[in-house]
Design a protein around this ligand. Structure first.
Ligand code: FES
Length: 133
């Protein structure tokens, strides 16, 4: 049975489902909830920087360039209305804990943009419980 959560995108940009993490990627005017895992060895694509052409993410661990199109294919079904997003979680055993957090996401910065001052990579700024339906 599919599980559904509701996210407030003004407060949260990341969903933890068991050992998997998904982050909100903004691309081509859309917001997608994509898997935060580099296909090379699992690095955090949320902390990747865009290549100068904006079409790939450069993984912070070993520099593999991952196409945004490939990252988009990992997205979960999500319907957005304003700041509210309804997300269908992947089928699992149903017992994985689910939480929503806000963390630094560099993958949404334009190519060459500096990091936010004082930000620390991967730091969770707040955790919350996902509202399940
Ligand atoms: S884990 Fe991403 S380049 Fe190695």
């Amino acid at each position: 049975m599919a599980r559904v959560i509701v996210m407030d995108l003004s407060r949260h940009n990341t969903v933890l489902v068991g050992h998997d993490r998904y982050f909100v990627l903004h691309t081509e005017g859309r917001s997608l909830l994509v898997l935060d895992r580099c296909p090379h060895r699992g690095g955090p694509l949320s902390l990747a920087r865009r290549t100068p052409d904006g079409r790939r993410l450069s993984c912070p661990w070993h520099g593999t360039k991952v196409g945004v199109a490939a990252v988009k294919r990992t997205s979960l079904p999500m319907v957005r209305s304003g700041d509210e997003a309804v997300v269908v979680l992947p089928d699992g055993d149903g017992g994985e804990p689910v939480s929503v957090i806000r963390k630094e996401v560099l993958a949404n910065l334009p190519p060459g943009a500096p990091c936010a001052a004082g930000g620390t990579d991967g730091e969770a700024a707040g955790a919350g419980e996902a509202a399940s339906r």
